[in-house]
Design a protein around this ligand. Sequence first.
Ligand code: SF4
Ligand code: SF4
Length: 97
Amino acid sequence: MDGYTYTTVRIEVVQGENDYTMRSAKKQCMHCEHPACASACFAKALQRDPKTGAVVYYPHLCVGCRYCMLACPFDVPKYEWDKVFPLVAKCQFCFDP
Ligand code: SF4
Ligand code: SF4
């Protein structure tokens, strides 16, 4: 994942003697019930919507400290490193704040 890719799928193919097995795992924000990213965000720029459960990012509140990136145990929030005024990037659950 990066500042513009919010979901990835990792595919692993294991070769057996006569066949093979394919495993896949999707990685994206899991919209945790108790999100560490939101707990770390003193600016309240990450908040869990009580109605939908989506952990939503409010860019106008973000100060760019990147504590959320350190706090998430799943290494989910990314940063728009290529921009002059970067924002945090992660799946928003297609939520329109
Ligand atoms: S960014 Fe990390 S801690 Fe925050 S809701 Fe998503 S998976 Fe959970
Ligand atoms: S970078 Fe923004 S969203 Fe992340 S913890 Fe800091 S203020 Fe909150």
